[in-house]
Design a protein around this ligand. Sequence first.
Ligand SMILES: *[C@@H]1O[C@H](CO)[C@@H](O)[C@H](O)[C@H]1NC(C)=O
Length: 335
Amino acid sequence: MQNLHLQTLLFYVSFLQFLVSSWSQNQQYYYNQQKNYEGSSDLIDLKYHMGPVLASPINLYIIWYGQWNPSHQSTIRDFIHSFSSPAPHPSVADWWRTVMLYTDQTGSNITNDIMLSGEFFDYKYSQGRYLTRLSMQYIIKNAVTASYTRPLPLNYHSGLYLVLTSSDVQVQEFCRAVCGFHYFTFPSIVGVTMPYAWVGYSGRQCPGMCAYPFAWPKYSGMKPPPGTNDIMGAPNGDAGIDGMISVIAHEMAEVSSNPLINAWYAGDDPTAPNEIADLCLGVYGSGGGGGYMGVVYKDSRGNGFNLNGVRGRKFLVQWVWNPVRRRCFGPNALD
Ligand SMILES: *[C@@H]1O[C@H](CO)[C@@H](O)[C@H](O)[C@H]1NC(C)=O
């Protein structure tokens, strides 16, 4: 789950720190704090609750819900292909190595074999434009049973379903509490139990919330700090999509380590778990945490990124909790 209240709070802290740092050092927003704060292990009680993780090769199915821009789709496809394909270090596949450190009771690690095995185009908005969490179950049911077009397979051995909603679709709690979530299907609706994740395109509804740091919270009334070149540029040219990439990564990490909400999470409440990506929200590089995004790179046009993907793509993806180092970590770490 991606908690927005935390993200909003982090934003304000980050903004204040930004003002202080830009005033005192006349620097851009690539913080390089002396103190390396990447999450304190003392505060984290991440535990294994004996449930399965996604240890077998994953067949990923995308359900494009609503109207999608083909160039946005191709950015997301390239990101998915990058999980299991080589790219220059630090790559998306390198980033996934931290997720692979999580095991189940048999000692099997999370897989790095993630294949985009099918796509379904729900351009008819089968469940309308106002969706609840429960609607996701019906969207998946429709995708595996549709007769007006080729349905997706009902793959209960190794299927993972990713529902992506377009800019004109409202989802319960989207833009208020969450940017994405993951859960599993109910046998009573879909026929079987299968993990799924949902992520919404925030470009029109709330880029400042779900596409941070490529956009500022609109309601804050704040302008990008003077003297800086606006907000951070999106490496694939669209704040909504580049923000969505990090949320997809976040949900992929969490659905793999906690697919049935009984494996890896911190805290005592399984209905509001703190999962491996929740613990590192807003951290993208060394020095990140407490509101700093950390040290990331700039491409030739000055856009921020921290990972390389297939076909020369660059992505900005938040870090996840590393259970061996006991801190947030990513392959662009300076140490
Ligand atoms: C599997 O997980 C264990 C425990 O975190 C780790 O030591 C090992 O390196 C992992 N193996 C792979 C291939 O990631």
